[in-house]
Ligand binder design. Structure first.
Ligand code: AMP
Length: 429
């Protein structure tokens, strides 16, 4: 089967080396579709959400362009302008430029509201190659004469629909009016409301349109189960399940690289051999592990989400979510590893008391509850409250549907580890 690589997309060596170090083994669909057109200098309309790899899809070709046409930016100007709705997103984009472009010479800065202007004014005074900005602060700085936008060669409007929702659309139009007519324009939006479509029609010049559907929950053939278990029992539960003979090829997902290493070692101590793959492992070690997994020499792969992007292996019988992911979409990505090519597969997700809110998000995305597996040796106290509990305890909730059980609030847990309030974690980037 033909597999697209970043090299075949036409990226230069310094970027390719960095991508290898970052653990990006193959381009995501938006990268595959957008990068060649952007390298050819086209305008782009990208209908895609965050999480699809869209930042790299525009940052890589922009960095390549800057390195092929180096020129010193004039004071108080920017060669590339990226406009994003929130300061978190702006900071992330700026950081991504830094990451992907670490082998190239270029300057970058990020400006957003809510913080002092002086450092931003100073950073802009010499001019920058890549300026990432939120609309309000950018217009402020422009109005006060600290930055000019008439030297912008490429502009990226990111999450345009969100800028519309947040009431920034007029600011965006004002910014566009300050840009030179001759420029390259990229517009990304997760959805295409009429206002965005008309903005796109007026500011883009013969754009390539790339639509990337957010991965739909096409997981009908996957038999999904939630296993309620206390955090400290997860390892034993996993070992117990992995010993079953129907687990022929399994991927176990952990949230962190260290978690993957630790778990793989702990399984080893139980006599269950596995390999951990994550971005800290060398490219060779990862390829070796994946090849062994494909050939069936390695039965259990312990992986982080990032490393797992490269896993395109048929015949995975089981996916274990050792920890639930922070982003519900990631759950769908993960369990989609099994039941490929028309086969069926199982996705077993461990859920401790703290992870209940994550489970609810997942169920909201799926539009239905995930059935609970009540029959395993490490059922946590909370799950034992269910009407089908092995210990036959009476349910404290009115026992109606599975739905009511699954949507129960974490406060109904009796586990001791649910006393501290659950705090959302920052998504890993
Ligand atoms: P974005 O949609 O740009 O927010 O990217 C989502 C996440 O995917 C980020 O954490 C990126 O670091 C990661 N990512 C982007 N492209 C790839 C790739 N080709 N392989 C693996 N991870 C990627």
């Amino acid at each position: 089967m033909h597999e697209t690589s970043f090299r075949t997309l036409g990226l230069i060596e310094p970027l390719l080396s960095t991508l290898i170090e970052e653990g990006y083994t193959s381009p995501t669909p938006i990268q595959e579709k957008a990068i060649p057109s952007l390298l050819a200098g086209r305008d782009l309309l990208g209908v895609a959400q965050t999480g699809t790899g869209k930042t790299a899809a525009f940052a890589l070709p922009i960095l390549q362009y800057l390195s092929s046409a180096p020129s010193r930016p004039e004071p108080r100007t920017a060669r590339v302008l990226v406009v994003a709705p929130t300061r978190e997103l702006a900071a992330q984009i700026d950081e991504s430029f830094g990451t992907y472009g670490r082998r190239l010479r270029f300057s970058r800065t990020c400006v957003f509201g809510g913080v002092g202007k002086n450092p931003q004014i100073k950073a802009l005074s010499r001019g920058v190659d890549v300026l990432t900005a939120t609309p309000g602060r950018l217009l402020d700085l422009h109005g006060e004469g600290y930055v000019r936008l008439d030297r912008v060669e490429t502009v990226v409007l990111d999450e345009a629909d969100r800028m519309l929702d947040m009431g920034f659309i007029h600011d965006v139009r004002r910014i566009v009016a300050l840009l030179p007519k001759k420029r390259r324009t990229l517009l990304f939006s997760a959805t295409m409301p009429r206002d965005i479509a008309s903005l796109a029609a007026t500011i883009l010049d013969d754009p390539v349109r790339v639509d990337v559907e957010p991965e739909k929950p096409t997981v009908d053939k996957v038999e999904q189960r939630i296993l309620h278990v206390r955090k400290e029992n997860k390892k034993d539960l996993l070992a117990h399940l992995l010993r079953k003979s129907d687990v022929r090829r399994a991927v176990v997902f952990t949230r962190t690289k260290h978690g993957a290493n630790r778990l793989s070692a702990a399984l080893g101590a139980e006599g269950i051999s596995s390999e951990a793959i994550h971005a800290n492992k060398s490219q060779n070690a990862r390829i070796r592990a994946l090849d062994g997994f494909k050939r069936g020499e390695i039965r259990v792969l312990v992986a982080t989400d990032l490393a797992a992007r490269g896993i395109d292996v048929d015949g995975i019988t089981h996916v274990f979510n050792y920890e639930l992911p922070n982003e519900p979409e990631t759950y769908v990505h993960r369990i989609g590893r099994t039941a490929r090519a028309g086969a069926s597969g199982s996705a077993l997700s461990f859920c401790d008391a703290e992870e209940r809110p994550l489970l609810r998000q997942i169920e909201r995305l799926l539009g239905r509850p995930v059935p609970v597996e009540p029959d395993h040796p490490y059922v946590s106290a909370s799950a034992a409250e269910s009407p089908v509990s092995p210990e036959g305890r009476r349910n404290v909730m009115p026992s109606r549907t599975m739905r009511s059980r699954n949507f129960r609030s974490p406060s109904s847990d009796r586990g001791s580890d649910n006393r501290k309030p659950w705090k959302p974690r920052q998504p890993m980037r």
